[in-house]
Design a protein around this ligand. Structure first.
Ligand code: ASP
Length: 451
């Protein structure tokens, strides 16, 4: 068995065993007895996998983007690649969010539930929200952010003033911008900067070697994290009142992941999308297990270049940017979740408000970091925008969705997060494959590092 196949089998075994142990050993039907974030499975999962992968993120983004951009070299060529990348991100995110909006308004998972169930869900949600310190704090900050400020925040990150501060706060966007500029300067410097180019190339090789060592921890890490998630939530939730909501999110993600993105990939590359998906399995399973596209990034880059046959020029640039801004799964999920909560509160949204949902959910997904539950928090921007529109048209008596309502879906979020993160990473991989056509590697690219 090849090393890659062995790793696949081990990761899969870790996931399956994790789910079984979570459900049959750790899960307790009595809510007060359920495991929490302090449980050893979560602590071990963080120690064994999340922290080592997270350690790699910022240095890897820096060297990978510098070396990718240096190889592309010419600023006008980079402009074409960058333009195509951003167009791809926006188009697929819009496709995902529109699909989510259509599904949730036609299936209406939040309508028609017995009044007692709705009242119980609301009360439980408000209580859970109040009890969750971090979510509450982040949601309240996001709530006081106007739409203009949300854009300005993204723009500010793109024009960093202190690169060490950006790195220390894991703000990838600023690091990417900095790395693009350095890469362009190195390419423009020709002979004078040749050594810098070789340095970043060689550092990239070294970082990928390190990543390949860390990857062997994935099976243990995903076992711990899957056991913790299922032990905390329980698979029975899929049958509970929130089951229909979860199903709408899952069906939407499945349509986007198995039909839309493969179709886009096929149209632009004529590559067999499902074979490519199979080749990217290591990154997809890691995304599912870790719940974080940023933590998965080192695996995604390695996987895309080795098995996915994506060019280094494309993936070194497209994947780091994608892990930060391209979140198809999150965009779809945010639209479904917000409309579902309004339905639960008896508010039917007009077409105008649905358009607001589509636009703000895309923005909120772009703004979400590639970490667990980020989408749950930035969703507050969508809720605030819809509430604002309802108030503008309906006056003081207009119905409003309390922010605390996100407590209703908080409990089951992790399971959905695993799935949407997988789609986020799949979207990035498809992007890298498509952009490979625009920026293929040249014959001497792989040897350059050794020069
Ligand atoms: N966990 C997701 C990711 O890392 C973000 C989110 O939707 O919460 O891609």
């Amino acid at each position: 068995m090849s090393k890659n196949n062995l790793l696949t089998v081990l990761i899969l075994a870790g996931l399956v065993l994790g789910v079984l142990v979570g459900q049959f050993v750790l899960y307790d039907p009595i809510p007060d007895h359920r495991i929490d974030d302090a449980h050893w499975t979560k602590q071990m999962g963080d120690l064994v996998l999340i922290r080592p992968l997270t350690l790699m993120i910022i240095p890897l983004i820096l060297v990978s983007v510098v070396s990718g951009v240096t190889r592309i070299g010419d600023p006008s060529k980079l402009g074409v690649v960058g333009g195509a990348t951003v167009t791809y991100y926006l188009a697929t995110m819009f496709a995902a969010v529109i699909l989510g909006a259509i599904l949730v308004t036609t299936i209406r998972p939040g309508a028609g539930l017995p009044p007692d169930t709705v009242a119980a869900l609301k009360a439980e949600g408000v209580e859970r929200y109040a009890g969750s310190e971090t979510v509450r704090a982040a949601a309240e900050t996001a709530q006081s952010t106007t739409l203009g400020e949300a854009w300005l925040n993204i723009l500010r990150q793109m024009v960093p003033s202190n690169i060490v501060e950006e790195m220390a706060n894991t703000r990838a966007l600023g690091v990417i911008v900095f790395a693009v500029l350095i890469g362009l300067a190195i390419a423009a410097g020709g002979e004078r900067t040749r050594q810098a180019a070789a340095f970043f190339d060689a550092m990239f090789e070294a970082m990928m070697l390190l990543v390949r060592w860390i990857i062997w921890l994935t099976p243990i890490g995903v076992f711990m994290l899957a056991a913790w998630t299922v032990g905390k939530i329980g698979l029975g939730e899929l049958l509970a009142p929130l089951g229909r909501y979860m199903l709408v999110v899952l069906v939407g993600l499945a349509i986007h992941g198995f039909i839309t993105l493969p179709a886009v990939l096929y149209v632009f590359t004529r590559v067999n999308p499902y074979r490519f998906m199979w080749r990217m399995r290591r990154a997809l399973m890691t995304a599912f297990g870790t719940d974080s596209s940023s933590a998965t990034l080192p695996v995604t880059i390695d996987n895309a270049e080795r098995e996915g046959e994506c060019s280094r020029r494309a993936s070194n640039f497209v994947l780091p940017l994608g892990a930060t801004v391209n979140m198809d799964g999150t965009a779809l999920y945010e639209a479904v979740a917000v409309v579902f909560l309004f339905q639960l509160y008896g508010v039917t949204l007009s077409l105008d408000e649905l358009v607001i949902v589509v636009i703000t959910a895309t923005l909120a997904a772009i703004g979400a970091a590639g970490i667990p539950s980020a989408g749950l928090v930035t969703m507050v921007i969508v809720i605030a925008a819809v509430n604002g529109s309802l108030a503008a048209t309906g006056g003081a008596s207009a119905p409003q969705l309390p922010i605390a309502a996100i407590g209703i879906i908080l409990g089951v979020d992790r399971i959905l997060d695993m799935c949407r993160t997988t789609i986020n990473v799949w979207g990035d991989a498809v992007g890298a494959k498509i952009i490979t056509r625009l920026a293929p590697d040249e014959a001497d690219d792989r040897g350059k590092a050794m020069a």
